[in-house]
Design a protein around this ligand. Structure first.
Ligand code: T1G
Length: 687
């Protein structure tokens, strides 16, 4: 970690090196200010270039330092002032990416030269923050209000070509970046971005405010950004900077930002599974997917998008044609929408093979089975796959609830069997539960996790139990939703309350989307296997009417346009009748009761999963719920949220609710009692 200075043609090049992403650690601004001052005072130096070592200019402020006493942003601001008072041209030479505080340093420089393909962005909104080192005041002055708002409220980076077009950089290097930057610096004059003006754009501000109003838990950070940009058009620079700092400090202390920062590091930590050998999946070139249904075709697309050739195998020719058709159409539509180029689309479609015979698994590196969710069918398929596939091929099952060990039992070489539980639509949803069977070899598990990273998924290791991590918790979450309906709530109230609380979609709408028939067959199986855990018969009554959700045009809701849920008075009446059949007097139920019971059900079952060793760390559970179930990232995940409430409070509420109707569902998990007794929290189990 260092700052080094070199000189070329009278131009000083100040380089910082803080691997892996040149995060602006607390020592960096001070060191850079010293180096800057030295060059300012050196009469032989005509201009200064700032650049980063390694893979990028800088990924921004050190997020890990935000919870320490010195959060580092005061140092960054002092550096900005030093750059603003530069008496010689200062040029930022950008490569790889310049994000957050990194781009803000570049904005405080007078000029920016970027290597082709460099990504430039202010992604602070993804952390529930705003660009707190002058970005909200300088960016609008360079690129205008509308573009600045778009970059800061979306958090999405732009590339060097777009940055040049927007006026964010003055030059995209044609040759060597530093050579071009030196040439640029030698002909440049002193100019400060802070002296530029940002023209008012009330329409863009209003549009951004309207968009922010729908973003629930992210709205405070979005509105703070919009307020700052408005200030940039109306207030003197230093006053705008002052207000930016105040708003930044408030957001930094917010629960939403704590949740999002936890999610940032949890997403990286979840890939590090203690005790697994190092492994990669770059050598997986060919795959076979068994079953051309919705999941099979989605999985096939995800693999093709990662450059893996796929043979889609389905014994029924018409189903095979339909599945392969879905794959091709999806890829073609990406090309039509210019998300990928036509040559890339053609190459992916060319890498798709189809077959009606399992013989065609003989040469592949991995087989992913996605046939009907029936144990005996899957066992038969695995017995055949094990006989026909290469002995070193990975055999994976996309089962969402079934016992992976029972499936592996049927296969010769069970150590190569692993669960790969994709979430629908499999080419979109980022979560992949990687299910470790009792005999799954550590190498196969490590390669499966590496494959998850390669296909752009968040892989989370789960042990074998009914529903693994996500669906086992979802069952308890749903249980509370149904009980609340029995006691006095109606479907729209339950879903609206959970969506206002931050979920992408409420539980009953999720079940209508996923298909009520799938839930029904799982409930029927569980009623036999787990008679001691009675469940509400309400959803069965809906299924008995053939209302399987979106796909049948009706479930808990009506879907006149096939997509948008419409409350159905018939279902409200059915819910009220059902309460009567249970002898229940319906009562008024508050949204707070709904969100509390649903959240506590998740937390309690999550704690049981940790106790059973199905999930290794609370952060694993958090990542499952953020990337698979639309849990609000601003709350960090169910287990992080429990720590924000405080485990003693969680335990007290569970104990209180366990005394109520169907209270057994809230019997506190032993782990929660232990942690409270020891004065610890879930966070203490993440390291
Ligand atoms: N701070 C601390 N650590 C960081 C970091 C950062 N900004 N960025 C990455 N890391 C760590 C990461 O945890 C991982 O560690 C390793 O670097 C490699 O990252 C004042 C307030 C840059 C696109 O939001 O988006 O500036 O797991 O695995 O896939 O206004 O990291 O190996 O121990 O992600 O190649 C704004 C966040 C900060 C960018 C690289 N900046 N980073 O992706 O590698 S707030 C961001 C990323 C700010 C100012 C404000 C990505 C990346 P480990 P990686 P990657």
């Amino acid at each position: 970690m260092a700052i080094t200075t070199s000189v070329r043609d009278g131009v000083a090049l100040l380089k910082w090196d803080n691997p892996p992403v040149n995060a602006i650690a607390s020592w960096l601004p001070g060191g850079l200010m010293q180096a800057l001052a030295a060059q300012m005072n050196d009469p032989t130096i005509s201009a200064i270039i700032l650049h980063g070592a390694g893979r990028c200019f800088s990924a921004g402020a050190d997020i890990a330092g935000f919870d320490s006493p010195d959060t580092g942003e005061a140092g960054i601001r002092a550096l900005m002032q030093a750059l603003d008072s530069a008496t010689k041209p200062v040029v930022a030479a950008l490569h790889g990416y310049a994000f957050g505080g990194g781009l803000e340093i570049a904005l405080a420089a007078q000029w920016r030269v970027a290597a082709p393909g460099t990504r430039l962005g202010l992604p602070e909104i993804n952390l529930g923050l705003l660009p707190g080192a002058g970005g909200t005041q300088r960016l609008p002055r360079l690129v205008g209000v509308a573009k600045a708002l778009d970059m800061m409220t979306s958090g999405k980076p732009i590339d060097a070509a777009a940055a040049l077009a927007a006026g964010l950089v003055e030059c995209v290097a044609a040759g060597d970046l530093l050579d071009d930057a030196v040439a640029f610096a030698r002909s440049a004059h002193v100019r400060r971005v802070r002296d530029l003006t940002a023209a008012p754009d009330p329409a863009a501000l209003q549009q951004a405010r309207t968009a922010a109003s729908d973003r629930k838990l992210r709205a405070p950070a979005l509105n703070a950004i919009i307020d700052c940009v408005e200030d940039a058009t109306s207030l003197p620079f230093d006053e705008g900077i002052g207000r930016e700092a105040t708003r930044f400090a408030a957001l930094l202390a917010s629960d939403a930002s704590h949740g999002l920062r936890h999610a940032f590091f949890a997403e990286r930590a979840v890939a590090r599974v203690p005790g697994l050998p190092a492994a990669d999946a770059t050598d997986i070139a060919r795959a076979a997917v068994i079953g051309a249904g919705t999941m099979g075709s989605g999985i096939t697309i995800a693999l093709l998008e990662a450059g893996i050739a796929v043979t889609l195998i389905e014994q029924r020719p018409e189903a095979l044609a339909a599945g392969a058709g879905r794959v091709r159409d999806t890829i073609q539509s990406l090309a039509k929408r210019r998300r990928i180029s036509q040559p890339v689309a053609d190459a992916r479609i060319a890498a798709l093979g189809v077959s009606t015979s399992l013989d065609d698994v003989a040469t592949v590196d991995i087989v992913i089975e996605a046939v009907f969710e029936d144990l005996e069918i899957k066992r038969a398929v695995f017995a055949e796959l094990a006989a026909k596939a290469r002995p070193d091929a990975i055999l994976a099952s996309n089962t969402s609830t079934l016992d992976v060990d029972r499936i592996a039992d049927a296969a010769a070489g069970p150590e190569r069997v692993v669960g790969l539980h994709f979430f629908s639509p499999a080419n979109i949803m980022r979560l992949l539960e990687v299910v470790r069977g009792a005999r799954t070899s550590p190498l196969v598990l490590a390669r499966a996790m590496a494959l998850a990273r390669r296909i752009g998924k968040v892989g989370v290791v789960a042990g074998v139990c009914d529903g693994f991590i996500g669906n086992r918790m979802f069952e308890e979450y749903l249980r509370q939703a149904y009980l609340l309906l029995e006691e006095g709530a109606l479907p729209a109230q339950v879903d609206d309350a959970m969506q206002a609380w931050g979920f992408a979609l409420g539980p009953l709408r999720v079940m209508d989307l996923a298909g009520q028939d799938i839930g029904w067959s799982i409930r029927k199986r569980r009623a036999i296997e787990q008679p001691e855990r009675p469940y509400s018969r309400l959803p069965d009554q809906i299924c008995e009417q053939g209302r399987f959700g979106q796909k049948t045009g009706a479930g808990f809701y009506l879907y006149p346009d096939g997509r948008k849920p419409l409350a159905d008075p018939e279902i409200d009446a059915l819910v009220m009748e059902y309460s009567a059949t249970l002898g229940l007097v319906r009562r008024a139920i508050s949204d707070d009761e709904i969100t509390e019971r649903c959240a506590l059900a998740l937390i309690n079952e999550g704690a049981k999963l940790l106790g059973d060793g199905i999930a290794a760390r609370p952060l694993d559970i958090d990542q499952v719920w953020l990337h698979g179930y639309g849990f609000p990232a601003e709350r960090g995940g169910p287990m992080f949220y429990a720590d924000q409430i405080g485990l003693p409070q969680v335990l007290a509420r569970l104990q209180a609710l366990s005394g109520g109707r169907e209270g057994w569902a809230f019997q506190p998990a032993p782990l929660i009692e232990t942690l409270v007794a020891e004065g610890r929290n879930f966070g203490s189990l993440n390291s």
